[in-house]
Design a protein around this ligand. Structure first.
Ligand code: MD3
Ligand code: FE
Length: 207
């Protein structure tokens, strides 16, 4: 097995078929209220190939003028994000090993051509909490390295139902999605891959 960076807790097949199907129904309801939109890179205005939406009190968005940020409203509809479905809150409580609840759940949809370049997640005000990732639908080749862009990377095939927790020193690791494996899952009727990331965005205030 590939050696993963310290701080990564990989749980292949953590979600069984029924749990995966239930999450897909939850996400269909989220997307009905907060439609997938086309995120655009800061400054260049280049469209990303991944389609995105969010649930939670805060959602991650990007556009040409405003750049990468969290905000409480959908950039297209202007409505508040729908709440994080209870079964995702329960999953966080089960695997995150963190005292505070997630504030954001980013929903990434990949069609067969979509990918995500190597990047760090550092738009959050605290890195104390881990990021919890859930893969649904078609498999992908996921790549993760270290805290420097030039660090050696390892690739991993993520399958539907896999859950990964990125905590500790892996929280600032560079990572990306090289490719989707079309037709590798029948979970989504029209194919593609959904990735959910549960995150803490703000630092909890001290008592
Ligand atoms: C490691 N998403 O949304 S999930 C992202 O599959 C993102 O959609 C990918 O990278 C996807 O930012 C990868 C795995 C993941 C997510 C967040 C991380 C790995 C991470 C944050 C820190 C370190
Ligand atoms: Fe990321």
């Amino acid at each position: 097995m590939t050696d993963l960076p310290p701080g990564v807790r990989y749980r292949p097949g953590h979600l069984g078929p029924d749990a995966q199907a239930a999450l897909v129904e939850d996400i269909r309801r989220v997307v009905a209220e907060a439609p997938l939109y086309v995120p655009v890179m800061p400054r260049t205005g280049t469209e990303m190939s991944v389609r995105m939406t969010n649930c939670g009190t805060l959602g991650w968005v990007t556009d040409k003028e405003g750049g990468y940020r969290y905000q409480s409203r959908h950039p297209v509809t202007g409505g508040a994000w729908p709440p994080i479905p209870p079964r995702l809150i329960a999953l966080w409580e089960e695997v995150a090993d963190h005292a505070w609840p997630p504030e954001a759940c980013l929903v990434n949809f990949y069609d067969e051509h979509a990918r995500m370049g190597l990047h760090q997640d550092r738009d959050e005000a605290t890195f104390d909490a881990p990021v919890v990732s859930v893969s649904l639908g078609d498999a992908c080749r996921f790549r993760i390295g270290g805290p420097k862009r030039t660090d050696r990377t390892v690739a991993l095939r993520l399958e539907s139902g896999d859950v990964i927790v990125f905590g500790g020193e892996s929280r600032l690791a560079f990572h990306g999605v090289d490719r989707i494996y079309p037709g590798s899952s029948t979970l989504l009727r029209n194919g593609g891959r959904v990735n959910l990331t549960l995150r803490r965005v703000t630092a909890p205030e001290r008592a």
